[in-house]
Design a binder for this molecule. Sequence first.
Ligand SMILES: [Fe+2]
Ligand SMILES: [Fe+2]
Length: 392
Amino acid sequence: MSNRMPPLVSAISDSGALCYALLRIVEFHAAWLPRAASTELKIELGYRIGKLGSALASAHLRFTELTTDVRLLAPICLEHGIVEVLHAETDETIAAASNLLLTLVGSFVRALIAGRNRDPLFEVLDGPGATLLAGLAAQFPASAAPWPTPSHGTTVLYGNALPIPQAASSPSRAWELEPRRGDEPSWAALIGTPGGRAQILYDIFADIELSAMEVCAASLVRFRELPVQFKIDMARQCWDEARHASACLIRSEELGGPSIGRRYSLKVWDRWAAGRDVIECLCIEQLVQEGNALDSVESLASSFRATGDARSADLLKVFGRDEELHTAIGNKWVNAIAGMGPDLSFGQRLRNAAQRIGLTVPGHAPVAFEARRRGGFPESFLQELASVNRSA
Ligand SMILES: [Fe+2]
Ligand SMILES: [Fe+2]
């Protein structure tokens, strides 16, 4: 495809176009995820966002090694292939459209490899790019149809005005889930029996993880103007939350299934949706809700362990480590973006965000200082939390 160009130009062109393709397809999946109703499809979309985001992270790293230019250009035929599935809305059409876009990645990667194979010098000079493409070819299937021949020299530039599927204003839920009534027994009352513990894990799946996954997907499209690295971080977290959702379901079934019911709430989503801008949204989700979760997940793991359920406790320990990564993502972007905005202290920002959604920082659980430290909370804020703890 690009073997007539000088090797450096070819390498920049290939990696930029690859980033373009992956970024557009991540965005499409992110717009679809809250809309998908079936739990299975929703979690699969979360996994796919993670896989595409991880490929984007590697491709973008290669691109930034080659050039300081941030513009991502791609052949116009690639964009035409992507927008063909712009209007998928039902579970069935979203699943088919997602499959199609993954094969589009596979076919595009193979077209890039075929172009390089015609120039052994380029293959040697851009070894890291070649290795990246070989890895992606193994992950993404090719379509049966041949890759379209690009119209000569016609390219398209990535920008946040390019069309994406319409985002849902509120997420869909599968038919087997029913809204909470509010009169369900507390977790303290449930933890003593296997069915009760299965219920707690199901509640974590349906009240927290599903919405957390949707919040990350929705952040990716709501704040499209932010840099590629933000989208890579949201894609990573979306994958983590999809894994958490799936792990809760597996363990809940191992314990015999939830004893009370398959109930859900949208409180995590609704709180995030109350944020008025990117900083407030990050504070609400990653720093207030997930920051408090760093404290409560340790207490909950101890309570599970005290009942002799080490397997569930160990599962929660993994969640805790992942959540540290998520608060670190929140801290990183709040600091990066807040530097351009009004001069509020970190603690004040978090207290304002917590107040907006009717929570406090810290919440009810004892503060997990080490976890919060690893999760990127600044030392001055940890000292504030320590003084709240002392005076409580
Ligand atoms: Fe999670
Ligand atoms: Fe999380």
